[in-house]
Design a protein around this ligand. Sequence first.
Ligand code: WT7
Length: 667
Amino acid sequence: MPEQNIFQPDPKLSRSSYVSSLQQYNELYKESIEHPEKFWGNIAKQFHWETPADPKNFLSYNFDISKGPISIKWMEGASTNICYNLLDRNIKNGHGDKIAFYWEGNHPEDFTRFTYRKLLEEVCRFANVLKMHGVNKGDRVAIYMPMIMETPIAMLACARIGAVHSIVFAGFSSDSLAERMKDCKAKVLITSDGAWRGEKLLHLKKICDQALDKAEELGHHVETCIVVKHINRVTAPVPDLVEDFSVDMRDDRDFWWNDEMEDVEPSCYPEWTSVEDPLFMLYTSGSTGKPKGVLHTTGGYLLYASTTFKLVFDYKPGDVYWCTADIGWITGHSYVVYGPLANAATSVMFEGTPFYPDVDRYWQIIEKYKVTQFYTAPTALRSLMKFGDQPPSKHNLETLKVLGSVGEPINPEAWLWYYKVIGKEKCSIVDTFWQTETGGHVITPLPGCTPMKPGSASFPFFGVKPSLLDEGGKEIQGEGEGYLVFSQPWPGMMRTVFNDHPRFESTYFSKFPGYYCTGDGARRDSDGYLWITGRVDDMLNVSGHLMATAEVEAVLTEHPRVSEAAVVSRPHPVKGECLYCFITPNQSETFDKKMVDELKVLVRERIGPFAQPDVIQHAPGLPKTRSGKIMRRILRKVAVNDREVGDISTLAEEQIVEILFQNRPEK
Ligand code: WT7
């Protein structure tokens, strides 16, 4: 790999950023690792603890399975309420009239805003509704909702009464929703009649009806379903109106949100919960078996979501922050809801898609709200890059200071486009590496501080201690590539798998005793920068050379006529494994032999002759989940022409699988 260019942060940004130099970062980092109690204890002072923490018992943990059960406890004995800290505390500090959310609907003329005071009132009302329906502290509440204001309201209402929310992204099938509601034994389900995605109207309540029936078949009864009337509700003239949109409501089970909110008190005393009580769970797919209910608790999560938000986005009063992630994913939990509200921030929340009504919608929203921090995913950037520089150039993006990326390694091609075309070479790009399990960013540059290398997530956040291990579990010092693990806990990390602590221990702590195992590989370069190389199961070994599919993909997408690339490993009789590549050309480009030859040369040049792909196939599209993750499992099947592809129901477009088999160059 050739040395990458280094991009220095803009001096103007450095002058005002919280952490403004690597030297300052190093000092703070050292303290956070050597004295975590002191470091996080200081941060904890800004929040309200009904029962304070005992400084002598601020952190206790065991990461070594050979010494006993894995356990992680921060501030044990303290009590608080996270909703109180996000809303009441900020209102007491004078932010009641501050905008918490600018809500932007699918249709550009449909928008509204919520102040902190208004948000608290709605949350309290809904907390009372939940209580009325028998929801108690510790009960699980399933949420299957679009990006509307009722979603954070429902989450915070749960938190206010100590109930545990379990959000299922509203793109999952009824089977998946049923399975998850059964696993967490949800008492109540909250949904909406429907949702808009561009020109598409999704019938969420219908999916919920099927899921509730299926949960019943699986032996779990959900008592109550509360339904927000969203379709045909308008906040401004002429948005999308549909005739004859109706849903089935079952008398004994289904209630309209608005009816329920009418006769309840607008205040609700918060339930003081122990800081290690569960706050929420969120399912994440495992490489084997059913999804895991990742469980996060209250106190540590508050400290971590809040601190990462503030420092990684360098959020200052007056800024307007926008994260495009759906609340149904961890990014939405930590960086649409909990992190921003803990900082009394003003955020944009967007219901729609980047392509509706036109492909400049994101840029138009940034201009409209004067967004200062923008956080999105590489897959979104690549799909927008396809349309060239003209759509963003129509808009004033001068307010931007920090650009975030999350979810997968960002290929240098997309990084540079983000940096130059969107950020005008003056924004810091924060390539944030983290997981559902980590609760917040764990490896990331800091704005105005970290010199950036396109494609590198760079350095650990405060309190996070990464190591790279070889197959034998030995720590790799200096330059090298290995398993990315963490050797001590940070406050926001998951505490267990819901109802299955043994699975938590075996998934994350059994491979290398003493370490939390991310399941990702990483490389440390000669400057100490960390480069995430992709899931360990996406690593491949070609003739004794360890490499990551992501590395090869980054090279392939450098080609000016390539839009997206995905690489999988295929068994090879001589080399052990070889590379099988799927290529999606840019919109108006054709896939031809010339392109194949150029790509082979490019990979040889950039990585080495051993990395030359054996097969390069045309892929008009890639098999992606609704969240945009490429399902490499399916591509591996295509590579070996094995039509036993298994379950493809989580794909956004199932028909792409057949097209890929048809397109195999080897008949
Ligand atoms: C996996 C976690 C983190 C919230 C969204 C995804 C990959 C995530 C990066 C990044 C390289 C990344 C990893 C990780 N990943 N961010 N900046 N660079 N890889 O959460 O669904 O739990 O997925 O996403 O492979 O393990 P998730």
